[in-house]
Design a protein around this ligand. Structure first.
Ligand SMILES: Nc1ncnc2c1ncn2[C@@H]1O[C@H](COP(=O)(O)OP(=O)(O)O)[C@@H](O)[C@H]1O
Ligand SMILES: [Mg+2]
Length: 243
């Protein structure tokens, strides 16, 4: 699916001229972000960026360059100070907190370096959680979570707790949790950063397959050039802007 918009110009002779454009999935224009504190820190200094639906991109940059800050803004987890962020056709600034949360839940799945699983919940309960927040009933969300775990090859691990699983298994539970709501976009912050290199390769293969086969737009923050090299486009942040 490609998002399309049609613009028409009505001339005085009443004949209309229309053109159809593809809308990027993500459109950032002049995004600024400053962290307030004793010493305000101007991290993003005018980020302009378009990402089309179905792209597989990586974001690279030195530690502290603002990669996670940018990802948090893309994920509607954090606000920006200046500029415009359109996700699909929606200007994010315009959303109320409740609508932003619902939109985030519908559009975006997150994967983190440290998995961010809940330790006192089993694998399947972790995967069910976003569905719980969407108000999906108990039985249905259990079935959906089990289906997602099956795709990750984790059926036998559904009743296990995160601390009983390897790093690679935990990250696959986290990927199942990101996918269970059928998001349009996956945002991954150093998804292989806590894994050994062999497991990291397996997780990247999985993310690439999801991009290829399900058309999920995939945005991967990494400082690992071998991870970035597997994506179709590398976006580099330096001094608060995109190089
Ligand atoms: N919540 C916050 N409050 C204040 N400073 C922050 C906050 N989050 C990040 N920073 C600072 O902003 C800069 C960019 O951070 P971050 O986006 O996490 O960088 P990266 O992910 O590229 O390593 C760093 O100097 C970091 O210390
Ligand atoms: Mg970071």
């Amino acid at each position: 699916m490609v998002l399309l918009a049609t613009f028409c110009i009505f001339s005085s002779s009443k004949t209309e001229r229309c053109r159809t454009f593809a809308i990027p999935m993500i459109h950032l224009e002049g995004i600024h972000k400053t962290y307030q504190g004793a010493q305000p820190l101007h991290v993003l200094k005018g980020i302009d960026l378009d990402i089309a639906e179905g792209e597989l991109v990586s974001i690279m940059g030195a530690s502290g360059s603002g990669k996670s800050t940018l990802l948090n803004i893309l994920g509607i987890l954090d606000d920006y100070d200046e500029g415009r962020y359109y996700l699909a056709d929606t200007l994010i600034r315009d959303l109320s907190e409740t609508r932003a949360a619902a939109y985030r839940n519908k559009m975006i799945g997150f994967i983190f370096q440290s998995f961010n699983l809940i330790g006192f919940k089993t694998a399947v309960e972790n995967v069910e959680l976003p569905l719980f927040y969407q108000g999906v009933g108990r039985r249905k969300r259990h079935q959906m979570a089990m289906d997602e775990l099956e795709k990750m090859g984790l059926t036998d691990w559904a009743a296990h707790y995160p601390n009983e699983m390897s790093g690679g298994q935990r990250q696959r539970v986290a990927i199942a949790r990101a996918l269970v709501t059928r998001p349009k976009i996956i945002l991954a912050d150093e998804p292989t950063g806590a894994l050994d290199s062999k497991t990291g390769v397996e997780v990247m293969e999985l993310l690439k397959r999801l991009n290829r086969e399900e058309g999920i737009t995939m945005i991967i923050v990494t400082h690992d050039p071998s991870v970035a090299a597997q994506t179709n486009r590398i976006i580099r942040i330096k001094d608060g802007v995109i190089e």
